[in-house]
Design a protein around this ligand. Structure first.
Ligand code: HEM
Length: 461
């Protein structure tokens, strides 16, 4: 049920003006243009048509692009009860099942409460050693395998590292034998998902196209491993600081443990939501640092003063404020979840425009976070934007790579911790340079990734 505070009032009973938008084709409107090249197109229509842009759509199910921070705050925070996740989330159903990411209403509230302890600061602290061990192993391997000055695909390295880190922080460190299978299945599933996001007609997964069959087979393989790991841990009774331990120990109001199916949905959700987003952010951060030597120098100075060559620990993280701003500024320019949808349950009014129940609202943090009215010189990489004195007067929702309101990313702190640990260790040993002449562009797929990988060269410091 929708509470009275979510009812629109300002246009109630009045005719509302049509929402402006670019010309398009009959029925589908401008949607084909969105799909062809979303980032420049959505940026341009926002500049041309304003805070709410109609992009066409089928019948009453119109698509609106919403980019003003006040509207985002209304939808995500103050009036969130009037909104449900859009149908584009259903794409993730075979992976996320009925886990936190895809649940709604009371069921979501129940799950969120149960899962919150897995991200408590003491749990995060307990993960640091595991994460640092994976980082050290990667850096050691780089020293052996990567020829200085020879281009290598940094993005692939970051994704592999984040899959390993996610598996170990979720399931514990005694899963070495299964990491390869999880890596393989999740990489296959994601490569297919990425292409699916851009397909004009999203056929359901059960339609037996070869790529659908491969996707479902990869998910089934992943499930086999996950159920076995749950079973093993349940039998062993060992308590660790991993997420699986928390899930096995939680009880609902009736004192009942979480059923295996639900544990599976939650851990796979975390795996899916956590590895790719953080891996992509790290790739972009390292790319941006290679393009901005002055920023890189300040990072290295901070690391030298605070760590002096040591591996960073949990207690060091608050002492790395500049690196933390580098992380935030990277997420401003390249937010992994560059487009998220919501659907109003009842009509609402955003920036003076009526958005009807059932329509699809598209929120692009990529576009909002590059709006020149909130971010002067928006294309420049400038971590100092996040200094308190430079943030005054900027609306909270001018930056929302982790979403906001009650459904804000549950793993945001964990992601920042992982990123700072990786950057802190890596940048003390190596410098990375972009390969001259190779264009680096974002590909807007399920997440924002460098098109064709990110080719860099490695140099020991
Ligand atoms: C840089 C890294 C990350 C980014 C940019 C990111 C971004 C987001 C965003 C934008 C949402 C909100 C989606 C919506 O409201 O529709 C979200 C939700 C979520 N994220 Fe993250 N995420 C990151 C890392 C992680 C990690 C490391 C985990 C877990 C290990 C995680 C788990 C989740 C879950 C479970 C949700 C659903 C929360 C709910 O609905 O209550 N994320 N994330």
């Amino acid at each position: 049920m929708i509470s009275s505070d979510v009812r629109p009032s300002s246009l109630e009973g009045q005719g509302s003006p049509a929402v402006p938008g670019p010309p398009g084709y009959p029925i589908v409107g401008a949607l084909p243009k969105v799909m062809k090249d979303p980032l420049p197109f959505l940026t341009q229509v926002t500049r041309e048509y304003g805070d709410v842009v109609c992009l066409g759509g089928f019948g009453s199910q119109k698509f609106y692009l919403v980019t003003h921070p006040d509207d985002i705050e209304r939808v995500w925070k103050t009036h969130h009860r009037n909104y449900v996740r859009g149908s584009n989330f259903q794409l993730l159903k075979p992976l996320g099942g009925d886990g936190l990411f895809l649940s709604e209403g009371d069921e979501w509230r129940r799950q969120r409460k149960l899962l919150q302890p897995a991200f408590h600061v003491t749990r995060l602290m307990g993960m640091v050693e595991t994460i640092n061990a994976s980082i050290a192993a990667m850096l050691e391997r780089w020293g052996r395998e990567i020829v200085p000055g020879q281009p290598f695909n940094l993005e692939r390295e970051m994704m592999s590292l984040l899959i390993e880190v996610s598996v170990k922080t979720l399931f514990g460190t005694d899963v070495a034998g299964d990491t390869a299978t999880v890596h393989e299945t999740i990489t296959t599933a994601f490569s297919i998902l990425h292409r699916r996001v851009l397909s004009a007609v999203p056929f359901p997964w059960w339609v037996p196209f070869p790529r659908h069959v491969r996707f479902l087979r990869a998910v089934a393989e992943l499930d086999k491993v996950v159920y076995r790991l749950i079973e093993q841990r349940r039998r062993s009774g060992v308590e660790g600081s991993d997420v699986l331990s928390t899930l096995l120990s939680v009880r609902d109001e009736d004192g009942q443990p979480m059923p295996d199916r639900q544990i599976r949905d939650q851990v796979v959700t975390m795996l899916v939501a956590g590895h790719e987003s953080t891996g992509a952010t790290l790739s972009w951060a390292l790319y941006l640092l290679s393009r901005y030597p002055e920023v890189m120098r300040r990072v290295q100075d901070e690391l030298a003063v605070v760590l002096g060559g040591r591996t960073p620990g949990f207690q060091d993280l608050p002492r790395l404020p500049y690196l933390s701003m580098v992380f935030k500024e990277t997420l401003r320019l390249y937010p992994p979840f560059w487009m998220i949808t919501r659907t109003p349950v009842a009509d609402d009014v955003l920036s003076g425009h009526r958005v009807p129940a059932g329509s699809i609202l598209m929120f692009s943090s990529y576009v909002t976070q590059r709006r020149p009215d909130f971010w002067p010189n928006p294309e420049a990489f400038d971590p100092d934007r996040f200094l308190p004195e430079n943030s005054e007067g900027r609306p909270q929702f001018a930056w929302y790579p982790f979403g906001g309101g009650p459904r804000v990313c549950i793993g945001a702190r964990m992601a920042e911790m992982e990123a700072l640990l990786v950057l802190g260790a890596l940048l003390q040993q190596y410098e990375l340079h972009a390969v001259p002449g190779r264009r680096v562009e974002p590909a807007a797929m399920l997440s924002l990734r460098p098109k064709g990988g990110l080719w860099m060269t490695l140099h020991r410091r």
